[in-house]
Structure formats: C-alpha cells, structure tokens
Write a protein that binds this ligand. Structure first.
Ligand SMILES: NC(=O)c1ccc[n+]([C@@H]2O[C@H](COP(=O)([O-])OP(=O)(O)OC[C@H]3O[C@@H](n4cnc5c(N)ncnc54)[C@H](OP(=O)(O)O)[C@@H]3O)[C@@H](O)[C@H]2O)c1
Length: 269
C-alpha cells in the first residue's frame, strides 16, 4: 500500500468507492475489500449504504483504527444547526464513534461556507470526525475554505481525461489530499489505446495503469468502485509495478476536459 501523508496523518492511497453499491452487495463488497487489503472506504449519506458499509466493516473484523473511513454530508443538511445532527446520524448508521473524514458533498449556491465549516470543526473537536474536507470544490471555493479551516481533502472527479492541475497545485499549497473519484472514468479508460499499450508493457490492465498513475501523483488518492469481486482485486493489484516519467507524461497528455459527473447543481468548474 502507498500512504499519502497529509497534515501529519497517513491515508491509504487506494480506497473502495461505494456509490451504487447497496444492500447485501455493499455489505459483502466492503467486507471483502478489507479482506483483500483495502483500508480506505468511501461512502456518503446520499449513497444510501452507510448501514451496510458499517456492517461490512464489522464483518471483516479489521481494527477500526486501521481503516480510513469517509462519509459526506448531503446538500439538504448543509446549514448551520443541521450538519451536526446529520453527521451523528451517519455515525449511528455506520456504527462507529468517528469517521476519519467528513466532507461537504457538493457546494450549494447559497452555502454559508464558513458557518458550516465551523460546525464541522466542532464535530472534529468532539472526536466525531478526525478530519474535515470538501468535495466538488473548484479552486476559488477550495481556497476560501482552506483560508477558514484546515481542509484535509477535496474529493473531485479525476482521471486521465480530466486535468486537475489547478487543484493539484492548490493541494500542495494547502497541505491537502486530492481524492480522485470516478478514477476509471466509469470504465472508459478500458478502451484507451495508450493505457492498453502501457499496460501491456507491465502485464497490467488499462484500469490498473490509470489507478497507478493517479496514486503515483503527489497528494493524490483514488477510490475506484467495483461491484465485481474480480475488479476489486484487480484494482488493489497496483503496488507491484511503477510507471516511469515518460509513461506518466503520456497519460497526462490524454487530458481533454471530459467529465463523467456534471449534474445540474454542479458549481462553475
Ligand atoms: N464526491 C462525489 O461527488 C463523487 C461522485 C462520483 C463518485 N464518487 C466516489 O468515487 C467512487 C468511484 O467513482 P465511480 O463509481 O463514479 O466510477 P469509477 O470508479 O471510475 O468506475 C466504476 C465502474 O468501473 C467498473 N470497474 C471497476 N473496476 C474495474 C476494472 N478493474 N476493470 C473494468 N471495469 C472496472 C465498475 O464495474 P462494476 O461496479 O460493475 O464491477 C463500474 O462500472 C464512487 O463509488 C464514490 O465512492 C464521489
């Protein structure tokens, strides 16, 4: 496992995303991921699977302190006075006294950012969240958040087709993690000729090459989602090879501004 050290804390660079994993498939998937060796799990209120994620964590029997667990507050609870109850409900569903990372899932147009961050810091001080952060924050908003509170992470879409250079630079400045969601471009990377070629040289799949590329970048973690056991195993099998500078640059050159996740409520990127 590669660890990223952020604000003095270690974060496993590869995690399991759980969007669209629900019910028994989620419980089994999370438990199996931990058996495979994953120690970083990403969930959210909006995924409707916190209870099953918690059950999977319990089934696996891995010590809680060895797991980096993230959840996210949905837009309907993003107001002072509502964040703490929402987070407490998440903890209750996850059946854990704390999450490692509590994120604002999406910025809203009328977001009272500083007041929300103050409430999240209150949760941090109370031991309910080890770290606090944001998701889907464009550079200006990330800068504003980091000026107010120690933002540990910005979780954004990031894969070979979407350049996140501005946020990468900002992560350096703010000592923050940039967590790459949809790191496989929801499967599109599989058909990529460059990734196939690089993979062939290492006996790896294009998905493994894309993940390796991300986790080799400074301060970047990746959270691929896989309902299939075979994919969960493949995605974790990226620690026995590395990409050289030329290969990293060839992947960097694939960026074309393609977004897989751009809902109506998205901010101006
Ligand atoms: N903060 C946010 O707003 C936000 C937004 C989107 C996602 N996320 C997080 O990021 C996680 C990952 O993103 P994502 O689910 O959008 O997309 P993704 O991880 O890029 O892609 C998932 C898709 O790729 C397939 N796949 C996984 N591993 C594979 C492999 N080794 N070979 C071939 N196909 C493979 C999966 O198949 P199967 O599942 O069918 O096995 C699934 O269809 C989410 O689960 C969630 O935790 C956060």
């Amino acid at each position: 496992m590669i660890l990223k050290t952020i604000q003095g804390a270690d974060v496993p660079a590869l995690g399991l995303g759980t969007y669209l994993l629900t019910g028994k498939a989620c419980r089994r998937g999370v438990a199996e991921a931990l058996e495979i060796g994953y120690r970083h799990i990403d969930t959210a209120v909006a995924y409707g699977n916190e209870k099953e994620t918690g059950e999977g964590l319990r089934d696996a029997g891995v010590a809680r302190e060895d797991i980096f667990l993230t959840t996210k507050i949905w837009m309907d609870a993003l107001a002072p006075g509502q964040i703490a109850p929402a987070a407490r409900e998440s903890l209750s569903k996850l059946d854990t006294p704390y999450v490692d990372l509590l994120l604002i899932h999406w910025p809203t147009p009328d977001l009272q950012l500083e007041a929300c961050l103050d409430e999240m810091q209150g949760l941090q001080e109370a031991g309910a969240a080890r770290h606090i952060g944001v998701s889907n924050f464009p550079p200006d908003l990330m800068r504003r958040a980091a000026a107010h509170a120690p933002i540990f992470c910005n979780q954004v879409e990031f894969h070979p087709y979407l350049n996140q250079n501005a946020l990468r630079a900002l992560s350096q400045e703010c000592d923050a993690l940039l967590t790459a969601y949809s790191p496989l471009a929801r499967g599109d990377v599989l058909r990529d000729k460059t990734l196939q070629d690089i993979g062939a040289a290492h006996d790896k799949t294009p998905a493994q090459v894309a993940l390796r590329w991300l986790i080799q970048l400074d301060r970047v973690a990746a959270i691929p989602k896989a309902a299939r056991s075979k994919y969960r195993r493949q995605n974790f099998d990226v620690f026995d090879f590395s990409l050289d500078a030329g290969e990293m640059q060839r992947i960097e050159a694939l960026a074309c501004g393609k977004r897989m996740v751009d809902p109506s409520w998205a901010p101006a990127w």
